[in-house]
Design a protein around this ligand. Sequence first.
Ligand code: MN
Ligand code: MN
Length: 458
Amino acid sequence: MKKNYMPMEKYCAEYMRYLGVAKTERRSYAESVRILEKAGFREISTFKSLKPGDKVYRGYEGRTVMAAVIGTKPVAEAGIKVVGGHTDAPRLDLKPKPLYEKGGYVYFDCHIYGGIKKYQWLVLPLALYGTIVRKDGTKVDVAIGDAPGDPVFMISDILPHLGKDQAKQTRDEFFPAEDLDVLAWTTYAKPDKKDKDKGKDEDPKADKPGLVECLKKLYGVDEEDLLSAELEIVPAGMPREVGLDRSLIAGYGHDDRVCSFAGLQALVDAAGSKPAVTASILMCDKEEIGSMGATGMQSSFFENTVAEIIERQEKNAKDIMVRRALERSTMLSADVTAVADPHFPDVNSTGNYAIFHRGPAASKYTGGTTKGGSSDCAPEFVAEIRRIMDEGGVTWQMAELGKMEKGGGGTIAQYMARFGMRVLDMGTPLLNMHAPWELASKFDCWQTYCAYSAYLRS
Ligand code: MN
Ligand code: MN
């Protein structure tokens, strides 16, 4: 097998650029489609039929995309190979009616998306991204906080001098979710003239009309248009190298853009080849809230896309062909796992934890104490992946997320395995997963890409 992978520093620079642009699932989608089209991939509806070597993608609702290089063996016979990751990440969403006033300030009222530790989102520079859809269907994209000269946003916390009561509360209690709200506008409204005349010392009034007017000027939207918006608060700032050896990358949303991008690059590398089995990637949405919704992997998007491919390969395409293709397919569920943190040794599964700089970690199963919700990969497929990784010269490790009875997690593996596909979890291990800034090892990011590349080319 040819091992011509992109070199590590070049790959990591590309990934850091992508991560800085792809701050939301919509932006990940847009940037991924741009990269795919630049590499010659075309939207599936532009193909009447598909032949070996064709490069094709299918997107859905601007948030989920699947792309493939068509193999020499028909999909109905040989199935496909999938590297499947997600591009949504834990964050704060603006509520449908987000503007409220308190103590003279205007806040964005937020709703938590995904599993976060609330305190980690306090006193950080934050950015606002998203899309507002007007009643007539026209849309406007919002991006404030990362361009040079942009303002940022922040959630305030109490000073330690007055934090005695707060300090007695537990991590979950001390900052109620309903208070995770962002300072949006603190200029007071002009006092009423009649109050002034009476010489009354009124409490300052919040200037919500001032903020609404500002939004109107910036985006041409009314307050009511926020009812049909998808606005997300994410950490402001670009990915950075970490440590004097520059061996780590700090970034928002490594989970799971680190694996999604690795798959994307591996597939782009495969463009121009004619693999035996169709090679594909999946960059999906809503994983962090249970893979529900039209763009989550509990939807029919994946099956439908396989059906669209078969429809373009077979003269008499039938539903049974889709069923068989799904059952004959295999997948690396491309999602992150945890790196052992030396300061929290109590949660590490003895001898079975992932560490930095040893490459992507494969997990035979996820779930907590009982493997609950896990698809538990068959050893036959694990053995096949071991062989492929060896032949591809990939450094990788086998790991569990953590100790039994300490918690647990899941990925999209279970939703794909229900088709009868063989699915193994394999992804980049992270420190402080789900924190506003997560840490990944450059070597592991790079080897994750090499691993997916080896799999798609095998
Ligand atoms: Mn994930
Ligand atoms: Mn996650």
